[in-house]
Design a protein around this ligand. Sequence first.
Ligand SMILES: Nc1nc2c(ncn2[C@@H]2O[C@H](COP(=O)(O)OP(=O)(O)OP(=O)(O)O)[C@@H](O)[C@H]2O)c(=O)[nH]1
Ligand SMILES: [Mg+2]
Length: 313
Amino acid sequence: MDLVQQVREGNRVAIARLITQAENEAPEAIAALRELYPDTGRARLIGITGPPGSGKSTLTDKLVKELRKRGKSVGVVAIDPTSPFTGGAILGDRIRMSDLALDKGVFIRSMGTRGSLGGLSKATHDAIKILDASGYEYIIIETVGVGQSEVDIVKTADTTVVVSVPGLGDDIQAIKAGIMEIGDLFVVNKADRDGAERVVNEIRYMLDLNPDKEGWHPPILKTIAAQNQGIIELVDNINEHLDYLQESGEIVNRRKERISSEINDLILKRFSQKVTEQLAREDYLEHQLDKILKKEENPFNVVDQVVEKLLNN
Ligand SMILES: Nc1nc2c(ncn2[C@@H]2O[C@H](COP(=O)(O)OP(=O)(O)OP(=O)(O)O)[C@@H](O)[C@H]2O)c(=O)[nH]1
Ligand SMILES: [Mg+2]
């Protein structure tokens, strides 16, 4: 049986292999994704973002367990922006979630952010599609909130959960204007610590300053992930948000935006490959470099000429 069919049937070895191929940008992977595309779009995509150490992995672990109790299958993609050069295996995450490793209804994959400055790489999007096509009902994407990845996760997930914690100082992390806009749900984790209520109030205050998010009022929940507290409510609220997206039709808008941004990225990527190829093939740049050094030419003219030439091709 071919890899695509095995992935469709939820074969875990096949899923892992195809994700690796996607990471390596193997041509087979692109062909497989093309074939699998009609099978995507069924999973519920949950993004979890927040500062380092806020408890995202612990929350994910507990969320997965609660979803499993409810009979749902879950894929997890954990993104590790700290090790772009190693390909990003997060050993800590693996260990923490290791008691899930034997569960056939769970698939966990750690990935690096290779190739996209702190954001979600193309391979991450591919992995989500692969898990979606193989029938996982929920897919959780965990990513540290570091600027671009926060924006990316919104473009990727149906529901974005923003995690905060008490005790990060006065200029509370959650109050960054950008992050208030991306949250469909706010979680104040480590509520066993002093100051959780204050963080809740600050988030509520900031939300009140922002106009409604298309008729949805983002709830603010307190959790103690380490003690499995507040997890049932969190899952309930996530489901409510997903229902809201469906009933309001907002899910269609979000998915259209997602597809359009993806197409945009792919076009840019294709062009940049073509340009690089072209420049290498014609030795064009090398020739111009000497001229530029001698001040017989300047970089601006060269760019004009190259772009002109490429567009005419
Ligand atoms: N006190 C307390 N500690 C917690 C809670 N939840 C998680 N922790 C601890 O916080 C630490 C960080 O938790 P992680 O789940 O690794 O946090 P993370 O956000 O995934 O971290 P990165 O992926 O490295 O950004 C661990 O030692 C957890 O045990 C909580 O509710 N209360
Ligand atoms: Mg983590």
